[in-house]
Design a protein around this ligand. Sequence first.
Ligand code: ATP
Ligand code: MG
Length: 395
Amino acid sequence: MTNQDTREIFLLKLGEVVLKGLNRRTFEDKLVGNVSRRLRRCGSFNVYLRQSTIYVEPRGEDCDMAEALTACCQVFGVVNVARAVPCEKDVDAIFETAAAYLKEEFAAARTFKVESKRADKLFYLNSIQISQAVGGLLGERFPNVAVDVHKPDLTVHVEIREKAAYVHAPAAPGAGGLPIGMGGTAVSLLSGGIDSPVSSWMMARRGVQLEMVHFVSPPYTSQQAQDKVLELARLLTVWCGRLTVHIVPFTKIQEEIRKHCPEEYFTLIMRRFMMRLSEKVARSVHAGALITGESLGQVASQTLPALGVTEDVTTLPVLRPLIGMDKVEIIRLSRFIGCYETSILPYEDCCTVFTPRHPSTRPNLEEVRAAEAALDIEGLMSEAMAGRERIRVKP
Ligand code: ATP
Ligand code: MG
């Protein structure tokens, strides 16, 4: 492929966005905005929408097209990204363009077909005729590559649009999902583990704007542990755009729980505090839900009764996208997102300090509430919220 071809552009196909009826315009506008913003660090581009396709055209010579392609594939709401070159709306021009642009693909293929789309209904050939004409000429130019309309190695896509004809290279898969900002805002509880970056990513892919909360317990947890979480947030910005991480001090709460509550309920009471504080953060940023990386049965605090006890303290919906997933599936996603290598760095989390020897897996809600009554819940919460720090994380 002649990658140096400065005329190369990207065509982004939208997914579910196109099904959203009256909201469609809002979806499309959001997506165009999100794509433009994400491309800023790759150079100067024209980004616009025509007929449910987003066009990305480099404006100068100094655009990093490889970087831009990766960025486009990481914008939620885009199902696939095709590289394409425009040419004159004429069969010979389309043929010459395809032959030159896809020279390497033809060298590697044994079979091919041409698939055409005619958005410009005034064009003098219909889509079948275009495919036949261009396919015939390509077959003569590359005699070693046979036509196979059922399972070809290479499909040459031709589109006839208003301004020009386009010849596509094979499309790369996009991130899917919905544009960020369409799903409201939610607060995601981010630990340094494998799960919570994945749960955050999954909800962001459904269009949710994230606000991150991380609880720290110095001196039991270290600065490196906090930096690791900020690094995980930074890795997520590649998909989500810039993020705010709310760092909430948790030491005093944990010490008070240890001093005054039964050991078997340490973790659950701690998790109830996390929920309450996250809800406070959510109210302060107008978020409508909480997100956690909990997965059913993974640890004692993630049994059904334990989850019930945990969410008893909040009226916000608690979203747990990993609830029905196996660890191997979560790990696969974690690698795909790019967080895995950071997630497995061995630093302590506030959940791993003061862990009870025999945590309750079938807790009784009334008992937990009674155990907690020994604490000055409001006072501890106000103190923690007053010590909250906000850190902006950028790609
Ligand atoms: P992870 O692998 O994400 O650390 P986990 O399997 O270790 O999860 P827990 O430690 O019980 O499970 O935590 C369950 C969920 O609680 C996490 O996925 C995360 O959403 C939240 N959480 C745990 N620790 C913290 C923390 N220090 N700050 C913010 N949220 C946390
Ligand atoms: Mg954890």
